[in-house]
Design a protein around this ligand. Structure first.
Ligand SMILES: [Zn+2]
Length: 304
C-alpha cells in the first residue's frame, strides 16, 4: 500500500507538477507525531517517522538514512523544546532541504500548539552539565489533550502547504478531536484509584500525564533529567519513598531499568514499565492504545 502511494505520487508529480495531487511528504521525529500526522493527513500525505518508538528520543543515533528521509520532506513535524536537539540539527544539516528550513512553512515545531509548558526552569540551566530539559519539560504528548492541540496545528500547516486539501485536513482533525475527547474523560475517570498512590518516576517523563490524570509524583531517580543520579540523591529518594509508602516506580522501556528496579526494591515498590511513546511497548500500537496500556498497567499495579 505505501509503495503504491509512492508510485502514484511520483507519476502525478511528473505529469501535473507541483499543482497536482502528489501527497504531501511529512516527516515526523516521533511516533506519536507520526500517528497524529497520519490521522490528520490521511491519503493526502505520506508520513515517515525518524525515531522508532522503542528509542529514547533524547538520544537517537543520527544515521544517514534519516538524513535521506528528511531530504524528501515537504513538512517536518518535531516535538521541540529541545527534545531532539541531540540529533535533529545534525540531520537537517546533512539533508540540505530548503523546504523544511527553520522559519519556512515546512518547519513545524509542534510545541507551538501548547497553552503551557511544565517545569520551565526558573534559575540558570547549564546544558554543559547535560540537563536535557533546559526549556521546560518536553514530554507533553503524554497528555492526550496536547495531542488534540497538535493535530489542529498540523491541520492548519498542512492546509497552508496543500490548500486544495484544506477542508479534508480540517475535517480529519475535527473527527480525531471528537473521537479522543470522550476517551480523555474516560481515562481520567478510570485513573481515580491511582490518584491515591504517590509515584516515583525514573526520568521526569510523566509530568504531563500526572498533571492531566491528577497523579502525585513524589520524585525522580534522575535528579536532573538525562544525568546519572548521585548515590546520595537516590538514597534520599528511597528513604522518602519508604516514608511515604510509595508502591510503584514508573519508567520508560529505554530507561536504566536495572537501576530503576534496584531503587524500587529498596523503597518497597515495584517497577512499572509504561509506554512513553507509540510503539514503546508492543501493545502500544497507536496513540489510543498507548493510553489504554498506561492506564491498564497503573491500575493493575494498584491492584485494581
Ligand atoms: Zn526528557
Amino acid at each position: 500500500m505505501p509503495r503504491l502511494t509512492v508510485i502514484a505520487g511520483l507519476v502525478a508529480g511528473l505529469v501535473v507538477g507541483a499543482a497536482g495531487a502528489a501527497p504531501l511528504k511529512v516527516v515526523c521525529t516521533l511516533t506519536d507525531l507520526g500517528w497524529l500526522a497520519a490521522e490528520v493527513g490521511g491519503e493526502d500525505t505520506e508520513v515517515a517517522v525518524l525515531c522508532p518508538g522503542q528509542y529514547d528520543p533524547h538520544f537517537l543515533p543520527a544515521r544517514p538514512s534519516l538524513a535521506r528521509e528528511l531530504g524528501k520532506a515537504d513538512l517536518l513535524c518535531y516535538n521541540g523544546l529541545e527534545l531532539e536537539i541531540g540529533w535533529l540539527p545534525a540531520l537537517l544539516e546533512k539533508a540540505r532541504n530548503p523546504r523544511i528550513r527553520p522559519g519556512t512553512a515546512g518547519d513545524l515545531d509542534c510545541s507551538q500548539a501548547l497553552s503551557r509548558v511544565l517545569d520551565v526552569p526558573t534559575g540558570p540551566v547549564s546544558r554543559a552539565q547535560g540537563d536535557v530539559h533546559p526549556l521546560g519539560n518536553p514530554h507533553y504528548l503524554l497528555d492526550p489533550r496536547n495531542g488534540v492541540l497538535v493535530a489542529k496545528l498540523m491541520a492548519a500547516r498542512m492546509s497552508e502547504l496543500r490548500p486544495e486539501a484544506a477542508e479534508r485536513f480540517q475535517d480529519r482533525a475535527n473527527r480525531l478531536a471528537a473521537d479522543l475527547t470522550p476517551r480523555i474523560a474516560a481515562w481520567r475517570e478510570a485513573a481515580a484509584p491511582v490518584r491515591e498512590r504517590p509515584l516515583v518516576q525514573y526520568h521526569t517523563q510523566w509530568e504531563y500525564l500526572a498533571d492531566w490524570l491528577g497523579l502525585e509524583l513524589l520524585g525522580a531517580v534522575e535528579h536532573r533529567p538525562g544525568i546519572s543520579p548521585s548515590p546520595r540523591h537516590v538514597e534520599e529518594l528511597e528513604a522518602r519513598g519508604r516514608a511515604t509508602g510509595v508502591r510503584e516506580l514508573i519508567a520508560a522501556p529505554w530507561n536504566h531499568l536495572d537501576a530503576a528496579r534496584k531503587a524500587a526494591d529498596r523503597m518497597g515498590a515495584v517497577l512499572v514499565e509504561l509506554p512513553a511513546a507509540v510503539g514503546a511497548l508492543p501493545e502500544a500500537v497507536d496513540y489510543v492504545a498507548m493510553f489504554d496500556l498506561i492506564l491498564a498497567r497503573l491500575l493493575a499495579a494498584a491492584g485494581e
